[in-house]
Design a protein around this ligand. Structure first.
Ligand code: GAR
Length: 201
């Protein structure tokens, strides 16, 4: 299933990839923290069940975290993809779905973590940036890296043009990586992630 806050272009790419029977996974639900997220329209058009869990609707962050975890659990997902989900998930989610929550981030981690990765890369003078698919841990964009792709920074880039170019590469990376994880499984040893069956199995 997919968690999103924004336009949902990553979700759309995943839905397109998952439409192929050979993909090996399907999107069972979409949860957003924003009532007007474009991702909700994309999910509804595709006939996917949706839920909205807004932070302001709860007394405090912990109650929101618990509601988010309960809502995700109601879809009984195998994998949870954060596709432009602009909130840090708390302990209730990590305790239930830790190790099978996957995030995508618009920079080559560990460079430029956080909510402003594209503008930070520009301001930092990076000549190459990109995107990272990682397993979510308790930190901010600190989890073990599953896959990365590089994108060149051009002299005339602004945040919008660079992010759009990153997103073009990122959508493909996310869809390919998630499909492989679903079909082949994966192992994590320290910081090293390998897609494929366990060697002892
Ligand atoms: C993607 O670039 C994703 O990496 C980023 O939001 C975009 C989602 O676009 N996520 C973050 O910055 C998380 N820190 P979308 O709404 O069109 O799928």
């Amino acid at each position: 299933m997919v968690l999103a806050s924004g336009a949902g272009s990553t979700l759309r790419a995943l839905l397109e990839a998952a439409a192929e029977e050979s993909y090996g996974a399907r999107v069972v639900g979409v949860v957003t923290d924003q009532a007007d997220a474009g991702a909700l329209d994309i999910a509804r058009e595709a006939g996917i069940a949706t839920a909205v869990v807004r932070l302001p609707d709860f007394a405090d962050r912990h109650q929101w975290d618990q509601a988010l975890a309960r809502t995700i659990a109601s879809f009984t997902p195998d994998l949870v993809l954060l596709a432009g989900f602009m909130r840090i998930v708390g302990r209730p989610c990590l305790e239930r779905f830790g190790g099978r929550m996957i995030n995508t981030h618009p920079a080559l981690l560990p460079a430029y973590p956080g909510a402003h990765a594209v503008s930070d890369a520009l301001a930092g003078g990076a000549r190459v940036t990109g995107c990272t698919v990682m397993i979510v841990d308790a930190g901010v964009d600190t989890g073990p890296i599953v896959a990365q792709a590089a994108v060149e920074v051009r002299d005339d880039d602004n945040e919008h043009t660079l992010h759009e170019r990153i997103k073009g590469v990122e959508r493909e990376l996310v869809a390919t990586t998630l499909g492989r994880m679903a079909r082949e499984g994966w192992t994590v040893s320290g910081r090293i992630v390998r897609i494929g069956p366990r060697e002892d199995s």
